[in-house]
Design a protein around this ligand. Structure first.
Ligand SMILES: [Zn+2]
Length: 157
């Protein structure tokens, strides 16, 4: 399907750290080790979300739909960008339309990556960035990435 190959091409060309693109790729190909996916593979038998402890955790829920994350996705920072990147269709190759600008895409992806990293730490009971500080950590990550790309340093992963 043509739209799918366009989607993957744009994903890999996105201006973001490789580890973020890999997370997107795993998100879109439904291979993230969410509780639901691990349950399907018979690795565990409890699909409860480690972030809120209430919902069933699947790919969309883990990074966007979990009630714990509403404070992040409802913040006004998205208003600076054309198109609401909180539109979850953003990541679905089948129903895909890349409405968000490139900058919004990079920001959106970096936030999603930070949420996933935090989720992994929470799951292991390790110290993690508080939800209220996620956007701050995203901002410094993006600044670091931009300073490295400007100075020509490659393969920052
Ligand atoms: Zn949850």
């Amino acid at each position: 399907m043509a739209s799918k190959s366009v989607f993957w091409r744009r994903l890999w060309k996105m201006k973001a750290l490789n580890k973020i693109k890999i997370l997107l790729w795993r998100t879109c190909s439904e291979t993230l080790p969410t509780r639901c996916n691990l349950l399907r593979r018979k690795v565990l038998d409890d699909p409860t979300c480690p972030q809120c402890g209430v919902e069933i955790e699947n790919t969309m829920q883990a990074k966007w739909e979990c009630k714990q994350l509403l404070t992040i996705w409802e913040k006004g920072i998205w208003m600076d960008f054309e198109g609401p990147p909180s539109d979850l269709a953003f990541y679905r190759p089948g129903s895909f339309s890349w409405r968000a600008s490139e900058t919004a895409g990079t920001l959106f992806s970096t936030v999603a990556w930070s949420i996933w990293c935090r989720r992994n730490k929470v799951r292991c009971n390790e110290p993690s960035v508080p939800l209220g500080k996620i956007l701050e950590s995203v901002a410094s990550l993006l600044m670091e990435f931009q300073s490295h790309t400007r100075s020509g340093v490659k393969a920052l992963t």
